[in-house]
Design a protein around this ligand. Sequence first.
Ligand code: NAP
Ligand code: GDD
Length: 343
Amino acid sequence: MKRALITGITGQDGSYLAELLIAKGYDVHGVIRRSSTFSTQRIEHLMFSDPPGVTLHYGDLSDGNGLMRLLREIQPHEVYNLAAQSHVSVSFAQPTYTADVTALGTLRMLEAIREVQDVTGRQIRFYQASSSEMFGKVVETPQTEATPFHPRSPYGVAKVYAHWATVNYREAYGLHASCGILFNHESPRRGETFVTRKITRAATRIKLGLQDKLYLGNLDAKRDWGFAGDYVEAMWLMLQQESPDDYVVASGETHSVAEFCDAVFSRLGMLAHEHVAFDPSQQRPAEVDLLLGNPAKAAQTLGWKPAHTFGDLVDMMVEHDKSVAKMEMLIALNGKPEGSALA
Ligand code: NAP
Ligand code: GDD
């Protein structure tokens, strides 16, 4: 049985990847951080299944010794490094922390893999969560694996470091290390401070009278948005190849934030411009104006293509958040159900 270790298992992608690997028969292990409140909502269905689908270990990308110990103990065949301080806006407020976790954290994991491989003589395949944010102020459109990087945020800079560190360990030490340069991917499990989920949460609440306005920053930015559940399959496919490599994973379509708003509000029978207001505090010191990926290499070499369209993604997120808003409405009207976890 293959064993996989996922850092960032409590995040959006970690939860979908864990489901995929369990379905493929893997023994799935995940790294979680200690926190004073639960951070495992996205994987509770895997933790409390019978038998449990995942084994969780405390760890942190800031703790290299801890990572090495985990690798020795678990002896994974594959490591998926999804953990990061992943919020672009937050990276402007916490640049040093972002560099420590997102950039140096990757280096710590690469070092741990190198050491443990040397001692055990067993190969550990490595996946690095690189990002289209590395293209930043894009020098060509669409972006491919050959497009030069021009990051526009401390997060983007940290991801460029982690990307090149991974390439360097592949070239210098022969690690089976691959980078997925993933363009934005969303889902009903997306964190609520990223723009798509912020929009679907707010619009569905506005529809039920639970909220008045949706405050957003730059509506003109364009993103290549796909469904996270499709994108984790590309991660797995990269580690099944004989040779490691880097791949752009994208939908090949781009839409503005304003278009995403229109699509969401129109599905709810409303007009976005009547409910969206400008919040200058949501603007970034430097913006990434346009992302559009060319996933031809992933299609050709990995046989990967997304199963869901932009429209499917919007439908899925709106439907999910309609249910969440209805639940909030019921709780507001009746209080939390007696004896429930919500009480
Ligand atoms: P996410 O939902 O924000 O999840 C991030 C994960 O990293 C969480 O599990 C978080 O744990 C964990 N984490 C943060 N700091 C950590 C640390 N110091 N040590 C260990 N774990 C830590 O992100 P995502 O959307 O799933 O994205 C997964 C990865 O892909 C990230 O590296 C992201 O930068 C990258 N990426 C994402 C996209 C996208 O559009 N989603 C596109 C390109 C690349 P807690 O739950 O404890 O906070
Ligand atoms: N978050 C947020 N909140 N973004 C807003 C808002 C707002 O209120 N208003 C406008 N935006 C704009 C941002 O300025 C940005 O241009 C765009 O919406 C998308 O923002 P996010 O959803 O926060 O995503 P991101 O593109 O900055 O970063 C995401 O994608 C990267 C891949 O390109 C994250 O998932 C990164 O981790 C990932 O690497």
